[in-house]
Design a binder for this molecule. Structure first.
Ligand code: BGP
Length: 474
């Protein structure tokens, strides 16, 4: 009888598999007012609502990557990375969000791309990682058609400059998570809470994604592979009750399927549309936007995975909170009245911020995408664990997290998913949005006083895996 592969077997990854890590402009660059950069909605949010961010942190200095990029690229290469995912700060390129262009903005990314390629590191570029220019945010942001038109202009300008060297593009990072928190939970800018508007904005963002996809395909000279980085979480019923099972379906429809299926197929899922209509939550889009989306199915999918959802149908009230202190007593709340409520497992392992650790969820998602669009290339564009680590921490928890999630990726590949790479979040400890700087995800420890980078033990472990293109057995 054929032996089933054990989880402790050697796992060889396909030739050319990309090994890397990721950052986002707001979270690492700093230099918030330098070289003509304009303000973003996150700069304004942190300045105007400091009490909403852990320890009143701001992204003003972040990791000073804008000045330390050469050192960072050297470290990225030293860590054995063959890929690095980063985002372009829109308000560096267009300080107000719209032309005219600030030439020093793109010059920075031009240098960065050259430096990465010179060291054999493949750039994976994200056009939008939540840092909407304030000039656009103040005029309706993603609620407005003008923002999506400007996003396409921005995409074209970036593609003309970098598209002779960059092959892997993602238009948007996690439109689901940013819209949910900007328009439903009111934890991120623009601090609104309106389920119908949240769905409309998510839908608008998919139109923007489509327009940017066309702009990238037209302007980049090296056949671009255009994708989107989707935050996906399996939605599992908290119990076997019919109420919880129905709530899990409702949560999956809006948190996963609405955006995922529109990205994969260029149209919104009809059955979900019907459910939204029945609840009077239906978003609308002009025909031209629907037509743009119909011809823009992604060339590949970026999967950002952190944790699965456990869904209860017992949701008597709407209640929202992101636990941002790292203290285990603090609870997150995501409950939408009458729809679904996320609950925590008492027994499952979780981070200090309450995010459940479940590697099997990653296999499940990658296989799900493969089933929906067989043969579609996928890259895990984010996956990682936040810890309270200090320099010299033994870092075993991060190694165990990475080992188990890489085995989960390998399981998906064995099941037929075409996974082309694994990008760990994050290259370095960084500005973790409302969590400030305490929530540390990096391969590189960043000292907040000196900004000195120190390699954590997990980065050495990952380097060995990347260079071997394989996980060792036991
Ligand atoms: C994703 C974002 C990243 C990153 C990560 C961890 O949603 O794309 O930018 O921050 O999650 O989340 P957090 O920093 O909120 O813990």
């Amino acid at each position: 009888m054929k032996r089933m592969p054990s989880t402790r077997d050697v796992c060889n990854f396909p030739p050319g598999f990309l090994w890397g890590s990721a950052t986002a402009a707001t979270q690492v660059e700093g230099a918030a007012r330098e070289d003509g950069r304009g303000p973003s909605q996150w700069d304004a949010f942190c300045a105007n609502h400091p009490e909403r961010v852990f320890e009143r942190a701001t992204p003003e200095v972040a990791c000073d990557h804008y000045h330390r990029w050469a050192e960072d690229v050297a470290l990225i290469a030293a860590m054995g990375h063959t890929a690095y995912r980063f985002s372009i700060c829109w308000s560096r390129v267009f300080p107000s969000g719209s032309p005219p262009e600030e030439p020093r903005g793109l010059a920075f990314y031009d240098r960065l791309v050259d430096a990465l390629l010179a060291r054999g590191v493949e750039p994976i570029v994200t056009l939008y990682h939540w840092d909407l220019p304030l000039g656009l945010a103040e005029k309706g942001g993603w609620e407005s058609a003008r923002t999506r038109a400007m996003f396409a202009v921005f995409a074209a300008v970036v593609a003309r400059r970098l598209g002779d060297r960059v092959r892997w593009w993602t238009t948007l990072n996690e439109p689901g998570w940013s819209t949910m928190n900007g328009y439903l939970t009111a934890q991120h800018p623009p601090l609104k809470s309106d389920p119908k508007l949240a769905l409309q904005v998510a839908t608008n963002m998919m139109a923007a994604h489509a327009m940017a996809t066309h702009a990238l395909r037209a302007a980049a000279t090296q056949a671009p592979r255009v994708g989107i980085a989707a935050n996906l979480s399996p939605c599992r019923p908290a119990t076997d009750s019919p109420e919880d099972r129905a709530a899990a379906v409702r949560a999956d429809n809006v948190l996963n399927r609405w955006l995922l299926e529109s990205a994969l197929f260029g149209r919104f899922p009809v059955d979900v549309s019907r459910c939204l209509e029945a609840s009077n939550l239906s978003p609308t889009l002009p025909d031209a936007d629907l037509a743009a989306l119909a011809t823009a199915p992604v060339d590949w999918l970026g999967v950002n995975y952190y944790y699965p959802n456990r869904v209860s149908g017992d949701a008597p009230e709407s209640k929202f909170h992101i636990a941002n202190t790292g203290s285990r007593d603090e609870e997150s709340h995501l409950s939408v009245k009458g729809q679904f409520r996320m609950v925590k497992s008492k027994s499952a392992a979780a981070t200090d911020w309450g995010w459940e650790i479940d590697p099997a969820g990653l296999t499940e998602l990658l296989v799900r995408v493969q089933t929906l669009r067989p043969g579609l290339p996928q890259i895990v564009t984010e996956n990682g664990v936040a810890l309270l680590d200090e320099p010299g921490s033994e870092d075993g928890a991060r190694v165990r997290f990475l080992d188990s999630h890489l085995r989960a990726v390998h399981n998906a590949i064995r099941a037929g998913a075409d996974v082309r790479g694994y990008i760990m979040w994050a290259t370095m400890d960084n500005f973790s949005w409302v969590n400030g700087y305490r929530k540390r995800y990096g391969f590189l420890h960043v000292d907040r006083a000196t900004l000195a980078r120190t390699r954590k033990a997990s980065s050495h472990w990952f380097e060995r895996v990347a260079r071997a293109n394989a996980l060792e057995g036991e």
